[in-house]
Design a protein around this ligand. Structure first.
Ligand code: MRU
Length: 352
């Protein structure tokens, strides 16, 4: 169980720090070469940081947006939450517009709106308490999911992951990376493969760095090497996070996840999605309805500021894809494990 895991060793990185008057975000564009926190003192700075990937990962952007609302309260004079709500709405809309695919952003803002609507004269404190609760609940969910997901993995397994789903992407410990941490701690995982994750290199820069902090040595593979790796039989589980899980179990995650699911199925490896229930969106019926963020094609033209693409080239830069539910063997949330997810299993777990 999660109590067996030494969190002092496996959960030390905190990407989001609330100081009482500012939000400090570990600048993930500079990792692993520089550990530098960016200080945000208003909600538009938080929205800009979310858009720029200073902070990233579905749960982390939800938590940051919640603190962004707390920062926005400084510009508002009101005697009650109901009075403050319409005055805060424009800032909340700008936070919500920062990135479209991860539902955690809208989910966190909806939570902030809900508590605000019924708050009295202490509405500022109510919002600050809610932002802290969103963060605390995320950390607890991750630690619980780590134990639930690791229990599915047979001792000595090889595991592949994609993007970064660790402490950097959450309040701490991580989702898929939490399962990997727990699996390593329990001796279930013999080897961890991390996909590079172009164009932002979340695997090469962030996951590799995070695991190194824990004394876990991942093997980095180019995204294009995944099918070949699975053909060798080295991978028993692909374990990934999610940005949105639909009512039928279809799951949006970092671009490249879908091809990993296809490769896993073809080569007999299992495919696990790990995400808190804040990533479940029962209002979106299937993956067809998810807005997939497309970012500036310029992100594909250079690595670390060095041009790698021919000049005057056209590029397409979708940053998420959808894995259909029938390619997923297990969805792990803090509420439990759903094997072979479909609409009926999702309804049974999360309601209508
Ligand atoms: O563009 P990013 O880096 O925000 O994408 C992140 C991912 O796709 C993660 O896998 C997902 O948000 C889950 S993080 C626990």
């Amino acid at each position: 169980m999660s109590q067996d895991i030494d969190f002092d060793r496996y959960d030390r990185i905190r990407p989001i720090r609330w100081t009482g008057d500012a939000l400090e975000l570990l600048d993930q564009r500079k990792l692993p070469f520089e550990v530098d926190y960016v200080r945000c003192t208003d909600s538009d700075e938080v929205a800009a940081a979310i858009h720029a990937l200073t902070v990233r990962g579905a749960p982390a952007i939800g938590i940051s947006a919640a603190w962004g609302v707390v920062l926005a309260t400084r510009d508002v004079q009101a005697d009650s939450g109901a009075q403050a709500l319409p005055l805060l709405e424009p800032a909340m809309q700008r936070l919500n517009a920062a990135r479209p695919t991860a539902v955690n952003l809208a989910w966190a803002l909806a939570r902030m709106r809900r508590v605000l609507a019924t708050a009295g004269a202490d509405w500022r404190e109510v919002l600050a308490r809610e932002a802290q609760a969103i963060s605390d609940e995320d950390l607890a969910a991750n630690r619980h999911m780590g134990a639930l997901g690791a229990a599915l993995i047979a001792p000595g397994s090889g595991v592949m992951t994609h993007c970064n789903t660790g402490s950097l992407a959450t309040a701490g410990f991580g989702t898929a990376l939490g399962v990997i941490r727990a699996g390593v701690a329990q001796g279930r995982i013999g080897k961890v493969y991390a996909g590079e994750t172009r164009p932002w290199l979340q695997g090469a820069r962030l996951t590799s760095w995070e695991l190194q902090q824990d004394g876990i040595a991942p093997t980095l593979v180019a995204d294009a090497a995944a099918a070949h790796l699975m053909k060798t039989g080295a991978v028993q589980w692909v374990v990934v996070g999610a940005d949105r899980i639909c009512a039928n179990g279809d799951t949006a995650n970092k671009i490249g996840t879908y091809q990993l699911a296809i490769s896993a199925r073809h080569h007999g490896a299992k495919f696990m999605v790990v995400a808190p229930s804040s990533t479940v969106d029962m209002d979106t019926p299937s993956g067809e309805a998810i807005e997939i963020e497309e970012r500036d094609p310029g992100e594909m033209f250079a690595i670390g500021g060095v041009r790698t693409a021919a000049h005057d080239i056209v590029a397409w830069n979708p940053v998420f894809d959808v894995t259909p539910h029938d390619l997923i063997d297990a969805i792990v949330t803090e509420k439990g494990v759903i094997e072979h997810p479909d609409a009926a299993a999702m309804r049974a777990a999360f309601g209508g």
